[in-house]
Design a protein around this ligand. Structure first.
Ligand code: ATP
Length: 213
């Protein structure tokens, strides 16, 4: 079976301090996985690394495969062309564009049918949205866009509980019904346990072993 994403031996250091110590992880198409662990465990660092968005402050090493091809040397744009879509925790929308144009930019206007609350905001500038509205827009852009491998950093952060559950259900459906691979970072393991197929506990950046949820 061809994996959507696999990484091995991932080490990331900020200055002299290593925060990921040789992490390994794999994602199959059709599955919904969550990277869980406390604040500071390195979840964002690992997602950044996989997306090619690790900052210049970090020194990194590790192997990465996207859709079966060695991709560690690829810049972020090439990883995106291979189907990877990353929704970081912040700066995840175009603030100067309207909600509609943000979704158009992602090829994701189908989001309105599942999230009518976004349609109500259609003409509003993304830069003036509340934190929760912005988060929903960013996640919807990935959910209804073209990516086949979705990485999302705390996608339900700032969402009301009912909306958070709908977002998690849509992420699960994108994986199981649409055959995509979905990985999210989530600090609250109990919130995600009922939704995800696999949990990857990340504790102080040590090696990961999946737990079938
Ligand atoms: P959170 O849920 O709080 O975002 P996390 O699990 O995503 O936590 P990271 O944000 O990846 O964890 O941080 C892992 C460690 O790396 C932390 O100790 C953090 O302080 C450190 N770190 C992250 N970014 C940098 C940076 N640019 N420079 C120095 N240290 C950093």
């Amino acid at each position: 079976m061809r994996l959507a994403l696999a990484c091995d031996g991932v080490r990331v250091r900020y200055g002299g301090i290593e925060v990921l110590h040789g992490v390994r992880l794999s994602l199959a198409y059709g599955t919904f996985s969550a990277l869980v662990g406390p604040n500071g465990a390195g979840k964002t660092t690992l997602l950044d690394w996989c997306a090619g968005a690790a900052g210049e402050a970090s020194a990194t090493e590790g192997r990465l495969w996207l859709d079966g091809r060695a991709a560690a040397a690829w810049p972020a744009a090439r990883r995106a062309s291979a189907g990877l879509r990353y929704v970081p925790f912040e700066r995840n929308v175009f603030p100067g564009l309207s909600v509609l144009d943000n979704l158009r930019a992602c090829g994701a206007t189908a989001a309105f049918s599942r999230f009518p609350e976004l349609e109500a905001l259609s003409s509003r500038s993304a830069g003036v949205l509340s934190g929760g509205e912005r988060q929903l827009l960013a996640v919807a852009g990935a959910l209804f866009g073209r990516g086949r491998i979705l990485l999302l950093d705390e996608p339900t952060h700032g969402l009301a509980p009912g909306l958070a559950d709908r977002v998690l259900a849509e992420l699960a459906s994108a994986a199981r019904d649409d055959g995509r691979a979905v990985l999210i970072a989530e600090p609250q393991q109990e919130r995600i346990a009922d939704h995800a197929d696999f949990l990857w506990p990340l504790d102080r950046g040590a090696r990961l072993t999946a737990i079938g949820a």
